[in-house]
Design a protein around this ligand. Structure first.
Ligand SMILES: Nc1ncnc2c1ncn2[C@@H]1O[C@H](COP(=O)(O)OP(=O)(O)OP(=O)(O)O)[C@@H](O)[C@H]1O
Length: 252
């Protein structure tokens, strides 16, 4: 669904990203991991074209720049780490911004908005002023907006989540990652998610891509690549790895 090849980002003389090959299939959740400053957000910007880059970004086999804007908006959605708004829009109006590329009727559209707000646990905030919401509440409203944007895709959409759990409490963190996994498994979404919590990567990702110093250091199944030795090499911290009775690995 997403295929990246020879992706390079350079600012001045500094190389920020140098990536040979990366593929993400529909129905999969891929975790993008790596220490601070590794190049994870730069990778997201290169995929969306918000930073100048060389290389190929193919969505469903077609170069990103060849997609029509409306079709691209329906197939590529990004949840940023945080989104500020100075206008006092209601939360439901912020979600409705995701309707812009949609062609469905007024009543049906609002029903969809409220359904998605239920899914991201912010339906109760619908009539609150967006600037008055907490960081975690805003993030869930924005997630509903992105999901609305992708809801009319003709083929599997790409959902990109930049640290979606950073502002969330424990229950909400698992709610959001469960939702992302459900969208992949049951709706065929391709999900690319930047995570700092390696236990979340172990629990929710099918594959992981470990970026360090702008390059892919390792990629594969999370259990295979997230060994204590690897973690010490890239994060300078040696965790202990244990397995719960369910078999789920945990890093301490
Ligand atoms: N416009 C720019 N000019 C110069 N350096 C930049 C620019 N944008 C990013 N960088 C640098 O590129 C590197 C990668 O940044 P990036 O934001 O992609 O890291 P990250 O892996 O997302 O980090 P974090 O986990 O801290 O969010 C960092 O060293 C950053 O300082």
């Amino acid at each position: 669904m997403l295929h990246l090849s020879n992706l390079h980002v350079q600012v001045g003389t500094k190389s920020l990203l140098n990536l040979d090959n990366l593929e993400l299939k529909a129905g999969e959740v891929m975790g993008v991991l790596g220490p601070n400053g590794a190049g994870k957000s730069t990778l997201f910007k290169a995929i969306t074209g918000t930073i100048e880059n060389e290389g190929r970004v193919l969505l469903h086999g077609k170069p990103r720049q060849d997609w029509q804007h409306k079709a691209l908006a329906q197939h590529l959605g990004v949840l940023a780490q945080s989104s500020e708004l100075t206008f006092p829009f209601l939360a439901q109006e912020v979600v409705a911004l995701g309707l812009t590329p949609l062609t469905i009727g007024h009543k049906e559209g609002w029903q969809l908005i409220y359904n998605l707000m239920e899914h991201t646990d912010c339906r109760h905030l619908a009539e609150r002023s967006y600037p008055s919401l907490s960081g975690g509440e805003r993030q869930r409203v924005q997630l509903a907006r992105v999901l609305l944007q992708l809801s009319q895709a003709q083929s599997a959409p790409l959902l990109m989540l930049d640290e979606p759990t950073s502002a969330q409490d424990l229950g909400q963190q698992h709610g959001i990652l469960s939702l992302a996994r459900d969208l992949a498994k049951n709706r065929g979404y391709a999900v690319l998610v930047i995570l700092h919590d390696l236990n979340q990567a172990l629990q929710y990702c099918d594959h992981c891509c470990l970026i360090d110093n702008g390059e892919i250091a390792l990629q594969g199944e999370p259990e295979t690549i997230l060994t204590p030795e690897t973690i010490e090499r890239h994060w300078q911290y040696l965790p202990e790895k244990i397995h719960m009775s369910s078999g789920q690995p945990i890093l301490i």
